[in-house]
Design a protein around this ligand. Structure first.
Ligand SMILES: Cc1cc2nc3c(=O)[nH]c(=O)nc-3n(C[C@H](O)[C@H](O)[C@H](O)COP(=O)(O)OP(=O)(O)OC[C@H]3O[C@@H](n4cnc5c(N)ncnc54)[C@H](O)[C@@H]3O)c2cc1C
Length: 479
């Protein structure tokens, strides 16, 4: 069959592009290898608990945020309820326990109380973060650097730098290889616009986008994996795909435009014809694949906040992390020392658990090579061990935590890889290193588009949603 547009992958990038294009009257086919849409943006049920896979917080949704415009255009606000996250985060190490609000003026005051000698550095940090767009726009002639280098220039107290980097894991695993410009924009959006959770879990958002595609006449084929892009006369004209399980049959459909939501390395290595794939491999050879995450999902037999926990996100840094240079090594350390975040969804009316119960998630940077080549038993054993260690650390912070746990389950970088097919289980696409440009996209033909964390907007909910919407606008402009 011939479609206007075929989309490979139902992550947020693919779904957003598909929803906009279907709404504008285009005939869409979206093909997804998993049995539910959403990619990282989804949830799963265990006992009576809705476990949120990949959303701690989504920045913005204020009046100037592009996502507000996108969601209004697509009618998302009529279908999905967003809950405001109360504070940005609590930072905890044995030396400091500080709660950072979203409001920048309040955040500055709180930081000044703990670091009174750092008034100038704190002022400079917020001036840059709050003016990220202006600074980035004027950046053409100013070479990018790392956020680590920037913090070293403006601040002396090592612990203050760590506090400001509490949520570094939202973007990358090492401040010395994270682009200053990328960080400013991403972090600035949390300080200028706050953050949100999707009531009932992020699957509600993904399902709403999928529903827009279907109700506008689009086709979504779940449990089907695209195995190749068909070229004729050196131009993409369609895709080959097969059922993820079961039959050996190969299907094909044709389209004028193809949108790729699956990862760029997968596109280069598996989906493009050899020559075109090699061209893309060369173009991305200088880029690094970004970090993955390990998550411990918890179902609690009680409302966790009744144990006295007061905060939504707590970033727990190990005391051995004394300065920025310790962060990257710590992310590779054993779970009894690795820094992690804990999200207590009971702080919001998150609708993820029945009355009197609640859910939470502990999350840290993770690498697939730590789990590969293990026997099934060893893999299971190490996951159990990781959960026990992290649970014990949380029990120290929130007394009664361990006793409240009713269900616990671990997803590693390999789990993310399995459900997204993203190389190395990357959750944010390519690492946003200083000076990273998106020139690699120019080797692609004009009717092959990238809508994902691997595109020019980077990762996270926002990056993927922008990428999807902008891709749709590019195609609509063609007429
Ligand atoms: C544990 C965790 C916590 C996170 N926390 C946050 C957070 O708090 N805030 C935030 O903003 N972001 C967070 N993220 C990151 C965010 O979820 C992702 O960056 C974003 O959702 C990626 O979207 P994407 O469009 O690039 O697609 P992905 O989510 O990577 O999905 C790609 C889709 O394509 C499909 N696919 C791939 N290849 C094929 C093929 N050949 N055929 C068919 N289908 C294919 C996959 O099955 C998948 O559904 C988190 C992620 C994880 C895993």
């Amino acid at each position: 069959m011939h479609y206007d547009i075929i989309i490979i992958g139902a992550g947020l990038g693919g779904l957003t592009a598909g929803a906009k294009l279907a709404k504008e009257g285009k005939k869409i086919l979206l093909i997804e290898q998993h049995d539910i849409p959403g990619g990282c943006a989804t949830s799963f049920m265990r006992k009576q608990y809705t476990m949120e896979v990949g959303l701690h917080e989504m920045d913005g949704l204020h009046s100037r945020d592009l996502k507000t415009k996108i969601f209004s255009d697509l009618g998302i606000f009529d279908r999905v309820k967003f809950l405001r996250v109360p504070e940005f985060y609590r930072f905890y190490n044995t030396r400091h326990d500080i709660v950072i609000p979203h409001d920048p003026a309040e955040a500055m005051n709180i930081l000044l109380k703990s670091f009174p000698g750092e008034e100038e550095g704190i002022g400079t940090y917020f001036e840059h973060v709050l003016n990220a767009r202006r600074i980035t726009a004027a950046s053409r002639d100013v070479k990018d650097k790392s956020i680590g280098a920037f913090l070293d220039e403006i601040i002396s107290a090592e612990d203050l730098k760590l506090v400001l980097l509490g949520n570094l894991g939202y973007f990358h695993d090492d401040p010395y290889t994270l682009s200053y410009y990328y960080y400013l924009n991403a972090q600035g959006s949390y300080y200028t616009g706050g953050a949100n959770f999707v009531k009932g879990g992020s699957r509600k958002l993904s399902d709403a986008l999928a529903d827009i595609i279907i109700s506008n006449g689009g086709d979504i084929r779940l449990k089907h994996e695209v195995t190749g892009i068909i070229y004729e006369e050196d131009k993409p004209v369609g895709v080959r795909y097969r059922k993820t399980r079961g039959s050996d049959g190969i299907y094909s459909d044709r389209a004028s435009e193809i949108i790729v939501n699956s990862s760029l390395p997968l596109l280069a290595e598996n989906l493009l014809p050899a020559g075109r794939g090699q061209e893309l491999k060369n173009a991305i050879s200088g880029l690094e694949i970004g970090a993955s995450l390990l998550t411990v999902y918890y179902g609690f037999k009680t409302i966790l906040k009744s144990l006295g926990n007061k905060y939504y996100s707590t970033f727990i840094f190990d005391e051995s992390v004394k300065n920025q240079a310790d962060i990257a090594g710590n992310n590779h350390s054993d779970f009894d020392r690795r820094s992690f975040t804990f999200v207590d969804y009971s702080q919001l009316d998150s609708a993820l658990a029945p009355e009197g119960k609640s859910v939470g998630a502990a999350c840290c940077i993770d690498y697939p090579e730590d789990w590969e080549d293990l026997s099934a038993e060893e893999y299971k054993f190490r996951k159990k061990k990781a959960a026990e260690i992290i649970t014990a650390r949380l029990d120290n912070l929130i007394p009664g935590f361990k006793e409240a746990v009713d269900h616990v389950e671990v997803a590693t970088a390999l789990t993310v890889k399995k459900y997204t097919l993203n190389k190395k289980g990357a959750v944010y696409g390519f690492a946003q290193k200083p000076g990273k440009a998106s020139g690699y996209l120019s080797v692609l033909p004009a009717n092959l588009h990238i809508a994902s964390a691997w595109g020019k907007f980077g990762g996270g909910f926002s990056g993927a949603i922008y990428s999807g919407y902008m891709t749709a606008l590019d195609i609509l402009r063609k007429g």
